[in-house]
Design a protein around this ligand. Structure first.
Ligand code: SAM
Length: 229
């Protein structure tokens, strides 16, 4: 009588003991590790539904900018768009929209929403610190992205914002005001923002419009339109 075939558990590959069938992964990524370019596990937050930053309607400053013509159809990037509805509003208004976010759930939501209304837009799953557009944009709309990033990466992010815009292009941004040292959202002190987006690289308006309270009650946002020199 022949022995039944034996099933053998594959040897666990280790750097000291790789097997041809199970090579050691080149860069093992521990599960649930949040990359250094993110402050929290945003994907988990979307999956859990703990997304207090999400607005029930379009941002009032965004609506004002559209109504007063500051935000007119052009090639626009929405970094860290999450599941916000501004990208679809832009696409519907005739903008050529690119959305970038590191959360698969947020990206899937943006894609599905745009497809439902037969709108075309580039929707990319990527880390903003490892992403480059093929050509610079006319405008960038940053809603709760800067304040969500690790503050030590803000100089890098500000430089990237500049590189994503053509000279003369505009950054439409909402500087979160919380008055608190921790985050996210992190407090974007306006004096500090003037240094971050300095006059060598950016033109600031003479006056800033009124700050807009955030519906979550967490803070308020200072709208600003900066022109890339
Ligand atoms: C506070 S949420 C804001 C989402 C959206 N803009 C809104 O107003 O609802 C921050 C967003 O930035 C994304 N994000 C954070 N760090 C990122 C990174 N390094 N690269 C790409 N996206 C990032 C998160 O996935 C999340 O969707």
């Amino acid at each position: 009588m022949s022995e039944p075939p034996q099933t053998q558990a594959p040897a666990t590959p280790t750097p000291a003991n790789p097997t041809p069938a199970n090579p050691v992964p080149a860069t093992p990524v521990p599960p649930n590790k949040v990359p250094a370019t993110q402050t929290i596990d945003w994907e988990e937050r979307f999956r859990e539904g703990t997304t207090r930053w999400e607005r029930p309607a379009l941002h009032p400053a965004f609506v004002d900018w559209q109504e007063n013509g500051a935000l007119a159809p052009c090639r626009i990037l929405v970094p860290g768009a999450g599941r916000s509805t501004e990208p679809m509003a832009l696409a519907e208004a005739g903008f050529n929209v690119t959305v970038v976010d590191a959360s698969p759930t947020a990206i899937a939501t943006q894609r599905a929403r745009l497809e439902r209304v037969h709108m075309t837009a580039r929707v990319e799953l990527a880390d903003l610190f490892a992403w480059r557009p093929p050509t610079p944009f006319d405008a960038v709309y940053d809603q709760a992205c800067l304040c969500a990033l690790p503050p030590k990466l803000w100089p890098d992010y500000a430089a990237r914002l500049g590189s994503w815009l053509r000279p003369g292009g505009h950054l439409f941004i909402l500087f979160m005001q919380t008055g608190k040292p921790d985050g996210p959202p992190f407090h974007c002190d306006v004096a500090a923002m003037r240094k971050l987006f300095d006059a060598t690289h950016w033109d600031w308006p003479d006056t800033l419009s009124a700050i807009v309270p955030h519906p979550s009650g967490v803070g308020a946002e200072q709208p600003a339109v900066l022109r890339r020199r």
